[in-house]
Design a protein around this ligand. Structure first.
Ligand code: TYD
Length: 208
């Protein structure tokens, strides 16, 4: 039994703290879990992360940005995700291919089909079994980020960009309802965590 679960959502949707809690919960219940993130998750990926998210890199061309995200992803898939799935483990990934479709596709307005081809090359065709969309109002999400002081190069883009990203996520989720579950991440943290656990335990038990 293996399960590849990705978490998506606008900036400040609280994904990373929810994933950290979920990881501990699943480990306490005997599952072999890897918690990773994009961009990053490997030594090479973390070096790419620095380049792609650094606020000073304002001259970065969109095509360069797209390819950097895919390079980090390719390394993560081959070095971390695929090996753990082959051992029958659970992989929780904070962002994956759908982030490229939402941000570079719907956010920038770039061709979705072209992006899908590049993503397919980067991932070797590996798709998540389940994707949770932690959906939150864009203004609330960005305000949370600013409070945390953790602002990256994309966070400072205008509000319309982030609204397009969120709309993009809604479209992606509607197009593939068997893979996506949307969660209202504006609710209290504990309630969001309970909902996530319920969904994931159902999937895990269905496989046992
Ligand atoms: P991060 O600080 O990890 O944000 P978050 O906590 O919201 O996940 O930064 C990742 C940023 O990179 C985020 O703004 C989304 C963006 N991103 C893309 O634009 N395309 C991608 O393919 C990926 C993986 C991330």
């Amino acid at each position: 039994m293996s399960l590849f679960i990705t978490f998506e959502g606008p900036d400040g949707s609280g994904k990373s703290s929810q994933i950290a809690k979920l990881t501990k919960y699943l480990e306490d219940n005997g599952y072999s879990v890897i918690n990773t993130r994009e961009p990053g998750g490997t030594s090479i990926g973390n070096q790419i992360r620095d380049i792609v998210l650094k606020s000073e890199n304002t001259e970065m061309h969109q095509r360069a940005e797209i390819l950097l995200f895919q390079a980090s992803r390719a390394q993560l898939v081959e070095q971390v995700i695929r090996p753990h799935l082959e051992k029958g483990g659970v992989v929780l990934c904070d962002r994956y291919a759908d982030s490229t479709l939402a941000y570079q596709g719907y956010g920038y307005g770039r061709d979705i089909h072209e992006l899908r081809a590049i993503i397919n090359f980067a991932t070797g065709g590996l798709k998540p079994d389940l994707t949770l969309l932690l959906d939150v109002d864009v203004k609330i999400g960005l305000a949370r980020r600013r409070e945390g002081g953790d602002v990256n190069r994309l966070d400072i883009f205008e509000l319309t960009f982030h609204q397009n990203v969120r709309q993009g996520y809604h479209q992606l989720a509607q197009a593939e309802p068997q893979r996506w579950v949307t969660i209202d991440a504006g609710q209290p943290t504990e309630r969001v965590q309970r909902r996530i656990r319920k969904i994931i335990l159902e999937r895990l038990r269905a496989q046992e």
